[in-house]
Design a protein around this ligand. Structure first.
Ligand code: ATP
Ligand code: MG
Length: 241
């Protein structure tokens, strides 16, 4: 697949990969490497023009957005792209309401989703008044009530305090369907993703077991990455990670 933005900026350059059901895959790489652009192809926010994206045996195209969005839930990098309703409750309820789930069940699902991310206290607030981290938690909560087959997340832990980051990592650990996570949080990647794809200037520079890739310092440096802290030697005693 190849993708140029309408202004001519190349974002994806001839990439090709397959993810099978139940895999947990990280997408990492420098700023501007093309991670978000690639994720936007997976839920049909961007319709592929040169190349094919298949979700199972369904191609992502102008005719399939509804069916694709039932299978793929995305948490955008910018929470303001996710939250557009007057209150947090309305935003989290949006998915289940569209699935025609009865109102009482929707209320339960919303409370449960907000509880899971630790944001129940924000339920009646307007999203635009929340802090960046609070918005991130609510954005993640919006995808929880609809039980997608494929969960796509763009920087799920950015802006989060350490406690909330841990809550989200534990939550993602308990999600056993397919996960595709773009992130600069390589420690989280070590915990959650057995496979990593490294993007470099719109191309896949590596695709393989996370631990193998993260042990290759040359490869990491060439992709503007650093070994996660959990793999680095102790700065005091020098003991290996
Ligand atoms: N709407 C847009 N119009 C034109 N070019 C864009 C647009 N969005 C992104 N780009 C360009 O496409 C390339 C890939 O951007 P993308 O946002 O996919 O990178 P990324 O890997 O997600 O980066 P980051 O780590 O900063 O989130 C960059 O060169 C970027 O400048
Ligand atoms: Mg991005």
């Amino acid at each position: 697949m190849i993708y140029h933005y309408p202004d001519g900026q190349k974002a994806i350059d001839d990439i090709n990969f397959t993810i099978t059901h139940g895999e947990s895959v990280a997408l990492v790489g420098a700023n501007g490497a093309g991670k978000s652009t690639l994720l936007l192809h997976i839920n049909g926010t961007i319709i592929p023009r040169q190349g094919i994206v298949n979700i199972g045996n369904i191609p992502v195209n102008e005719k399939t957005p509804e069916i694709i969005r039932k299978k793929v839930e995305i948490v955008f990098q910018n929470s303001d792209d996710q939250l557009f309703m007057p209150t947090v409750f309305d935003d989290v309820a949006f998915g289940p309401v569209n699935l025609n789930i009865p109102a009482e069940d929707v209320r339960f699902l919303v409370d449960h989703a907000l509880e899971q991310v630790g944001a129940l206290h924000s339920k009646d607030h307007p999203p635009y008044k929340l802090s960046a981290g609070e918005k991130r938690l609510v954005a993640i909560a919006t995808v929880l009530p609809v039980f997608p087959e494929i969960l796509v997340m763009d920087e799920p832990t950015s802006d989060l305090d350490p406690f909330s980051r841990r809550t989200i990592i534990q939550l993602l650990k308990s999600f056993h369907h397919t996960k595709i996570i773009a992130t600069h949080d390589l420690d989280m990647t070590m915990e959650l993703c057995e496979r990593t794809i490294i993007l470099n200037k719109g191309e896949i520079s590596s695709d393989g077991p996370t631990e193998v890739l993260f042990n290759d310092n040359k490869l990491l440096a060439a992709s503007h990455l650093e070994q996660p802290l959990c793999m680095q030697s102790c700065p005091v005693c020098g003991k290996a990670g």
